[in-house]
Design a binder for this molecule. Structure first.
Ligand code: VGL
Length: 190
């Protein structure tokens, strides 16, 4: 008998990471349709669905104007921080907010918490999950860091290669991120 229990983790499919947003991955919106299909599959299998979101304070060292690397994006309670309007999250989806610190970027969903303050890893363990299917934005930042943390925490990971999009600040960043995730033991599904 197969005792493994899976979950879907959708990373940061937010307006600001899609074309027209403050920090767009050029193909950010193209992950939406494949992710909707994975959501349907997860629902059919009874898997939990997690959706992480960047949820920054207005002032954080993550932003360029305060010494960081990035334009202002995904500020809590703003339109840019909303999930992409085409993403069909189930009503029971578990939202993981991250990046609330003014000091740390919060790239990984494993740095985030549920609405009642539980860490992602505690929530996964409480539900008996040991295999994560991961898609979303950005391949070379939040997807990569989430996948590497998931592997470190001992989860099996399948990266949904048709449902990720990168920022590619340097050409090749996403391809290198995929290599890193594979080297850490994640399976990258085409
Ligand atoms: C992200 C760059 C800056 C991401 C977040 O969600 O991948 N990328 N902040």
């Amino acid at each position: 008998m197969d005792n493994t229990r899976s979950a879907l983790l959708i990373v940061d499919v937010q307006r600001d990471f899609c074309p027209g947003g403050a920090l767009a991955a050029p193909a950010g919106d193209r992950v939406v349709e494949p992710l909707n299909r994975y959501v349907d599959e997860a629902a059919a299998q009874g898997w939990p669905v997690y959706a992480s979101r960047d949820w920054h304070p207005p002032v954080t060292r993550h932003f360029r104007q305060y010494g960081g690397e990035w334009p202002v994006h995904c500020v809590e309670h703003t339109a840019g921080a909303e999930f992409h309007p085409g993403l069909r999250l189930p009503s029971r989806a578990i939202v993981i907010s991250k990046g609330q610190s003014a000091e740390k970027p919060g790239y990984s969903a494993f740095e985030g918490t549920t609405s009642d303050g539980r860490t992602l890893v505690d929530d996964l363990r409480a539900r008996g999950v040991d295999h994560l299917y991961v898609g979303g934005i950005a391949t070379d930042y939040c997807v990569k860091h989430s996948v590497l943390d998931a592997r470190r925490a001992g989860f099996d990971v399948t990266v949904l290669g048709d449902a990720i999009a990168g920022v590619d600040v340097q050409p090749g960043d996403s391809a290198r991120a995929i290599d890193e995730m594979r080297a850490a033991g994640a399976v990258v599904k085409p």
